[in-house]
Ligand binder design. Structure first.
Ligand code: 5GP
Ligand code: MN
Length: 335
């Protein structure tokens, strides 16, 4: 999106939000720090404007993010309670995804609702279903783009709650400010957020030092079984269903595992392939070093994402079979 298009989208979104009384906020399945932080920041902002937005997610909020103020308002979608709110909403704001199907169980209800639909997102090649799309693929996080939008809207957005939510969004989506998406402007934004009272060490502790022992045991097993292919340029981590059952770890416990694939010298692409014990199906995380892109690789498997971090989900299939296909197809993306 061009700068001027973004400004137009800001203006259109402002008008819609101004005129809307009932607003629903949501984000993608398996929410991460960026989705939860961005949704909560917007919830705090709209509430201060006298609205009472309803927040509905397909999946529960992972434990490490439950410290965020306001998190208790996030409902897990239950059709009998939430479908009516979605149908009757004046506006629905979808954050951190542009793809309807990534809303999981809410997708159909959102598609059917006559509400005005807004997307605020930073993913590549959006296939927008919304009436208004605020999308900037150059943004390091949806939270960073949302901060720009709130600044445009004005009003009481410089609050400790919003700063904490958006700091968490940006920190988690940038690997603690380490990815190539982080330039000086991001640090300036983060400085503003910290000035509003964010306890940086406390956020780090909640997000990175609050794991269960089951997660650590699962991580140990998974790392011990790490494999390299194609002269060490491809790294594969696999989690079979039994590993969850053996260690007692939950699906949400694998957050951050994919990143370990790039810890090995010489690896250009890392893959984490997970057989989900409860949801069923297979989830693939794609990671790559700068200079190598994986979003098209992920698209081959029905997914998408960013150039250096993408994902896909396969409803059913054989774990070994999918791993073989991934290793074969990886050749096309390695250098
Ligand atoms: P992760 O591997 O951490 O789950 O996801 C990394 C990135 O890939 C996410 O930020 C998201 O942009 C994208 N992604 C993950 N899963 C999917 C998926 O199933 N479909 C699409 N289109 N993108 C995904
Ligand atoms: Mn994001």
């Amino acid at each position: 999106m061009q700068h001027s298009d973004l400004r137009t989208a800001f203006q259109q979104a402002q008008q819609v939000l101004c005129q809307s009384h009932s607003v629903v906020l949501t984000s993608h399945i398996h929410p991460d720090g960026d989705s939860v932080g961005s949704v909560l920041a917007l919830w705090h902002y709209l509430r201060a404007q006298g609205k009472a937005p309803v927040v509905v997610f397909h999946s529960p909020v992972p434990a490490p993010l439950r410290f965020l103020p306001g998190v208790e308002v996030i409902r897990r979608y239950a059709a009998e309670r939430d479908a009516a709110d979605i149908a009757a909403a004046d506006a629905i704001v979808v954050l951190d995804t542009s793809e309807l199907h990534r809303l999981g169980a809410l997708a159909e209800a959102v598609a059917r609702s006559p509400a005005a639909k807004l997307v605020i997102d930073h993913h590549l090649q959006p296939q927008p279903f919304a009436d208004i799309t605020i999308v900037d693929p150059a943004a390091c996080a949806t939270g960073e783009l949302l901060w720009r939008f709130l600044r445009f809207l004005g009003g009481p957005y410089r609050t400790p709650e919003i700063a904490l939510a958006l700091y968490t969004a940006i920190m988690t989506d940038t690997g603690s400010f380490a990815y190539s998406s982080v330039g000086p402007d991001v640090h300036r934004t983060v400085a503003e957020l910290v000035e509003l009272g964010v306890d940086v060490a406390a956020v780090h502790e909640h997000v990175f030092q609050s794991w269960s022992i089951a997660r650590m045991r699962l991580l140990g097993e998974v790392l011990a079984a790490m494999e390299l292919y194609h002269e060490g340029r491809l790294c594969l981590l696999v989690i079979p269903r039994e590993a969850f059952l053996r260690t007692g770890a939950l699906e949400e416990d694998i957050e951050g595992f994919a990143q370990y694939t790039l810890s090995v010298r010489g690896v250009q692409i890392g893959l984490l392939v997970v057989e989900l014990p409860i949801e069923g199906g297979i989830k693939i995380s794609f990671r790559s070093r700068s200079g190598i892109t994986v979003h098209e690789f992920a698209a081959e498997f029905g997914g998408g994402g960013h150039p250096n971090a993408a994902g896909a989900r396969i409803p059913e299939g054989d774990l070994q079979d999918i791993c073989h296909r991934l290793v074969e197809r990886a050749r096309a993306y390695l250098r």
